[in-house]
Design a protein around this ligand. Structure first.
Ligand code: GDP
Length: 359
């Protein structure tokens, strides 16, 4: 081989080796995470593109569970049942259980029935441990709630769905309407509110605050105006803007000679000339105990109530009132209020509720 060609081959090989070496060094120095790496999947790329702070957003505090919310009732029952179940079941156990249930506002008749059933089933099944008897008590309590009740809120076939909210002043009507509106808006529905409690001073201002928080619109008239006229206007307004749901606030007390129930009936009739009321929700304050039940009965009998919203369950040790309400009024509890914030409204499910009370 002529020496000139050999030299050229050596130079060429040398160049190739040099290029390879430069390439290798370059690859080592290249910082991780640049575009040249194998392209990450889009979600990964987006995550990487964000600065460190954004990668670990300040986490919203987890929502307290129903069990936490019912801590007053739970502790109340737990203390009393701990005494009752602290020994192998005997006559005194059943008396203690009955007393605990009565004190928890379950109602005397229901408490007696539950205790009788508990006693005979515990014997039949030969239950001796506190855990077994507690589990049986939970079963008994759940069985006394209405099984087949439809606890979902009913939507109409045409827009807007109309829900009326009723109840004595102070039970939590306005707050519940705000929470309901917020939940609906959160699920992508448009909501209008009707400030048809024209009797209580500043009721419309209070409702407006909730409407703003929830992202709902509100229709109101002058104080003292005819509630039926407000409901009518609100329905027209909701229709015009194609709102999904119209929620009507109503008075819990009147300063006129017209009986409250007549006024509530009138609101309903005005709406039902052109639309349909699919829910008339009665708001009951759990902290009012058996007194609240007496007040609620009047509404339940007169106003075509379709379901109950039981508020302030977080504020009472006597959560047994839920059972008393269903049994006495024969109405399903559809929602429970467990705090004063926008998100403190939960669907009611007897088993979840009883588990939260007894666990
Ligand atoms: P209204 O007169 O029936 O409209 O009752 P409001 O909505 O004004 O509520 C009366 C009071 O009860 C207010 O202080 C509310 O914050 C409070 N409230 C309403 N619902 C709940 C609830 O579920 N839990 C607690 N702790 N307070 C509530």
């Amino acid at each position: 081989m002529p020496s000139g060609i050999a030299t050229e081959i050596y130079i060429a090989i040398g160049l190739i080796v040099l290029i390879l070496l430069i390439g290798l060094v370059g690859m080592r120095r290249r910082p991780k995470g640049t575009e040249a790496e194998t392209a990450p999947p889009p979600a990964e790329a987006e995550r990487r593109a964000r600065p460190e702070v954004a990668e670990a957003p300040a986490e919203a505090p987890p929502k307290p569970s129903l069990r936490d919310r019912l801590s007053k009732s739970r502790r109340f029952l737990a203390d009393r049942l701990a005494d009752a179940f602290g020994r192998a079941p005997d006559e005194e156990t059943w008396e203690d259980v009955e007393a605990a249930l009565i004190q928890a506002d379950v109602g005397v008749e229901a408490a007696t029935q539950i205790t009788e059933d508990l006693r005979s089933k515990a014997r039949e099944r030969n239950l001796t441990t506190a855990d077994d008897v507690r589990a049986l008590l939970a079963e008994e309590l759940v069985s006394l709630f209405e099984h087949d009740a439809d606890r979902a809120l009913a939507f109409g076939s045409q827009k807007p769905t109309v829900w009326i909210v009723l109840g004595v002043n102070g039970t939590g009507k306005t707050t519940t309407i705000g929470k309901l509106a917020a939940d609906l808006v959160h699920r992508g529905r448009s909501v209008s509110l009707a400030a048809a409690d024209t009797f209580r001073a500043a009721a419309d201002e209070q409702l407006q605050v909730w409407a703003d928080r929830a992202g709902a619109e509100m229709v109101k008239h002058q104080p003292g105006a005819d509630p039926g006229a407000v409901a009518y206007d609100a329905l027209q307004h909701a229709r015009a803007r194609q709102a999904d749901v119209l929620i009507v606030d109503t008075a819990g007390r009147l300063h006129t000679k017209t009986p409250l129930m007549d006024e509530l009936g009138k609101i309903r009739r005005v709406i039902e000339k052109e639309g349909k009321v699919t829910e008339a929700l009665l708001v009951i304050d759990a902290t009012a105990g058996q007194n609240g039940l007496v007040q609620a009965r009047e509404f339940a009998e007169a106003a075509g109530v379709t379901g109950v919203v039981l508020t302030k369950l977080d504020g009472t040790a006597k959560g047994g009132i839920a059972l008393a309400i269903e049994r006495t009024l024969g109405l399903p509890i559809k929602l429970v209020g467990v705090g004063e914030a926008l998100e403190d409204l939960e669907p009611f499910d007897p088993k979840t509720f009883v588990d939260a009370l007894l666990s």
